[in-house]
Design a protein around this ligand. Structure first.
Ligand SMILES: Nc1ncnc2c1ncn2[C@@H]1O[C@H](COP(=O)(O)OP(=O)(O)OP(=O)(O)O)[C@@H](O)[C@H]1O
Ligand SMILES: [Mg+2]
Length: 331
């Protein structure tokens, strides 16, 4: 981030807004940090829909506990891992070893790798491991936890006392619930929800987020984002997902820079919305266009809440034997 800190095209991307839910999430992580200092093994799930800011919170937390070189070697207080898209003990172990700086992450059997992970974690004084996108441990078609990979996590947790923070979509809880040893160490999940216009305090937060974004791009002449007329349009355009607020504003700013302009009008936000939001124009009306009426708000809000929701994939044509599914979740 530091490399690009002065790039005006990145000003929206680089701002991190400490809204209430985001701050609460970081507070929860900080209190787990205290457990981690006492070597209490804990599993802590953090869930939220896509685009609510989970990975952004991880980045902020890791930045507070950076790696450092000491005369005794590399110290990694918080080890952050992105879950492979199809986790197996092998690719998971390799990823962890690579993050620990192991020179040959792919060598050795799964159990030899586990021993090396434990040794390296102890040497690097790792206190916490953060797993992002933990929903990848769930088989999408069968909706069951991938047993071998999640069992490997359990093995690691029982072999080396640390706090395991698991981030992902709500189904990552299934991974924890499917494994007795992860489950018995698990705290209640913390949820980072999208903003909800219908709930007054959430609406207030959303409007405050818009004001903070506007402040960060003060060099541009924009419509008053936090005003009643514009904020509801931004909400209807994004369904309360901060990812889309950021993406629309970032796109509008970059376009203005490329055209050598400092004025961004509602129409420009509409053009950015068309480019950035999945299903824009096809599934949703453009709330920034001049003819868009702010009537029948409840229906419009209900529709906006479907922005960014996952499309349910068709399930496999064959259904498996219940026994096989139970075996996979380890029961
Ligand atoms: N607190 C914040 N302040 C400013 N921008 C934010 C904040 N949180 C998220 N964003 C913006 O939203 C984008 C998406 O956030 P992020 O990647 O953290 O979401 P996520 O919950 O991890 O989504 P996914 O489940 O798809 O991985 C970020 O790239 C960033 O631009
Ligand atoms: Mg993420």
């Amino acid at each position: 981030m530091a490399d690009n800190a002065c790039d005006p095209r990145r000003i929206v991307n680089d701002i991190v807004i400490q809204h209430d839910a985001f701050r609460r999430m970081l507070q929860r992580m900080r209190s787990l940090w205290c457990d981690a200092q006492s070597h209490i093994p804990v599993v802590a799930p953090f869930i939220g829909e896509t685009g609510t800011g989970k990975s952004t919170a991880i980045k902020a937390f890791v930045a507070m506990h950076p790696r450092k070189r000491t005369p005794d070697g590399l110290v990694i207080p918080v080890l952050a891992i992105n879950t492979p898209s199809k986790p197996t003990p092998r690719n998971l172990a390799e990823r962890i070893l690579r993050a620990l700086g192991d020179p040959r992450p792919s060598s050795g059997s799964a159990s030899a790798k586990l021993d090396r992970i434990v040794m390296n974690m102890a040497a690097a004084q790792v206190r916490m491991m953060v797993l992002d996108d933990m929903q990848h441990f769930v088989d999408k078609r069968q909706h069951v936890a991938l047993f071998e990979a999640s069992d490997y996590l359990k093995e690691l947790l029982v072999s080396y006392d640390h706090v395991l923070m698991c981030f992902g979509l709500s189904e990552c809880q299934l991974v924890i619930e499917s494994n007795e040893q992860l489950k018995t160490r698990s705290k209640a999940a913390f949820e980072l929800a999208r903003f909800d216009w219908i709930e007054q305090s959430s609406q207030d937060q959303f409007v405050a987020v818009l004001a903070a974004f506007q402040k960060s791009i003060a060099g541009f002449d924009l419509p008053e984002l936090a005003s009643p007329d514009v904020s509801i349009r931004v909400y209807l355009a994004t369904g309360g997902l901060i990812r889309y607020v950021s993406a629309i504003l970032s796109r509008a700013v970059r376009t203005a820079i490329d055209r050598d302009k400092s004025k961004i009008r509602l129409d420009d936000l509409g053009a950015a919305w068309s480019e950035e939001v999945v299903g824009a124009n096809r599934d949703y009306p453009n709330p920034f266009r001049s003819g868009f009426r702010l009537n029948d708000l409840q229906t419009k809000i209900d529709l906006a809440k479907t922005i960014g929701q996952r499309v349910i994939r068709p399930t496999a044509s064959h259904t498996r034997e219940p026994r096989a599914v139970l075996a996979e979740v380890g029961l």
